[in-house]
Design a protein around this ligand. Structure first.
Ligand code: F3S
Length: 400
């Protein structure tokens, strides 16, 4: 069947016409409408949907009512579906988050889980299920999208929350944008300065997002750690809208093309140092300080390394909270290690994003290793934010 200029298979047509129920018909109509606007000629099946926009802090009662309504009308996830962090600490042991959002968030979580999403509540879905090169996804959450396209070579557009819900219900997305190899053509090559840690990678990402509009581009990141790549991509996606940055010798071949006329852009250490002076506060301990690691959520290996490093220190300084946010399932996987951290005064929170939540106490300064956290904590909450690597943060905020 043709829907204007968009072709639907028999199964998609049946979904569209309500044979799979009201909720599926609505979801299919949303995808078709967006597909028409985006110039898609057909839909494509997706292997993994990642739903964003599930924080009660952001979507409040209207969002909750929408979710409740579609689930009452029979919405279920027809494909593998994970979900972004919530607005509350789901392991409940950090004590840093306001209880004001608890009821609303639990209702959202209940509805999503009734729909059949995997209750991972994390912004690193690629660490829950590894995407394959060339496979089609429908992901929300800008950092995860940038990782899926750039590191794993999967194909996803940058989707909004409601559209990811529609894709979960139908198992489809519109076939346009970054799903087409013709739209994954590198136009510029960036020569970066030497990147020694994830704080510098974050700053480079913020700088590129802010000043370089060419998309996609290729960057030499061959010698960077996984953490640096993760923070870099999250930052480019935050300050700019980059969803694909080809990483030289890392992004799988055949998932992008290179233009015959490449623009050459070089960024040196001095530029990055001046940029840091502009966007990052100096570290001081004059008031209450929140040290924050875990945006995007820490990986298992990062966490293990961090735990070893923290345990070589005595305890967190007075008037400082050291917060680490992790995927929810790590809270049981690493329960013993987390107890050791808690004994040192570290606050560990599972399945939550502090950027889309409410803290009990407003910090006078946040220190983070994440460019994305720096960008949004300043922009959305008006906090003063300094950037440093996770190791430097621990060294600064813990006593020996
Ligand atoms: Fe994750 Fe929140 Fe950062 S969703 S990437 S911790 S802004």
């Amino acid at each position: 069947m043709w829907c204007n200029r968009l072709y639907l298979t028999r199964e998609e047509e049946a979904m569209y016409n309500g044979e799979y129920g009201e909720a599926t018909a609505l979801a299919m109509k949303i995808i078709v409408k967006v597909g028409e606007v985006m110039g898609a000629e057909k839909l494509v099946k997706v292997k993994h949907v990642h739903v964003s926009g599930v924080s009660y802090y952001n979507i409040r009662e209207p969002g909750l009512l929408f979710l409740k309504k579609i689930v009452e009308e029979g919405a279920i996830a027809r494909t593998y579906t994970t979900v972004n962090p919530s607005s509350i600490d789901l392991c409940g042991c950090s004590g840093l988050f306001s209880r004001e959002l608890v009821n609303g968030q639990y209702m959202i979580n209940r509805v999503l889980e009734k729909m059949g999403v995997k209750p991972v509540y994390t912004c690193v879905p690629y660490l829950v299920r590894t995407p394959s090169p060339g496979e089609h996804l429908a992901w929300g959450e800008s950092n995860a999208i940038a990782m899926a396209n750039s590191f794993y070579g999967a194909f996803t557009n940058r989707e909004g929350g409601p559209l990811t819900i529609a894709s979960a219900i139908t198992g489809r997305t519109y076939y346009s944008g970054l799903h087409l190899i013709d739209n994954r053509v590198v136009e510029a090559i960036i020569t970066p300065p030497k990147i020694v840690d994830e704080a510098l990678a974050s700053l480079l990402g913020l700088y590129i997002g802010e000043y370089i509009d060419v998309k996609p581009m290729i960057v030499d990141a061959w010698k960077w750690s996984f953490l640096s790549i993760k923070e870099f991509l999250a930052s480019t996606a935050a300050s700019g809208s980059h969803a694909l940055v080809v990483l030289d010798k890392i992004t799988p071949p055949n998932t992008y093309r290179v233009s015959s006329s490449l623009e050459k852009i070089s960024i040196d250490e001095k530029e990055l140092r001046l940029y840091k002076e502009r966007v990052s506060e100096a570290i001081d301990f004059k008031g209450y300080v929140l040290a924050y690691i875990g945006c995007p959520h820490t990986s298992y290996l990062e966490l293990k390394e961090l735990i070893d490093y923290i345990l070589s220190h005595k305890r967190v300084r007075d008037n400082v909270d050291l917060l680490i946010t992790i995927p929810l399932h790590y809270t049981s996987l690493l329960s013993d290690e987390i107890k050791y951290l808690v004994d040192k005064g570290v606050r560990v929170a599972g399945g939550v994003c502090p950027i889309v939540s409410l803290l009990n106490k407003k910090p006078d300064l946040v220190i983070t290793n994440s460019g994305k956290a720096l960008f949004y904590l300043r922009k959305l909450h008006g906090f003063r934010v300094a950037i440093a690597s996770a190791k430097d943060i621990v060294r600064e905020v813990m006593l020996n």
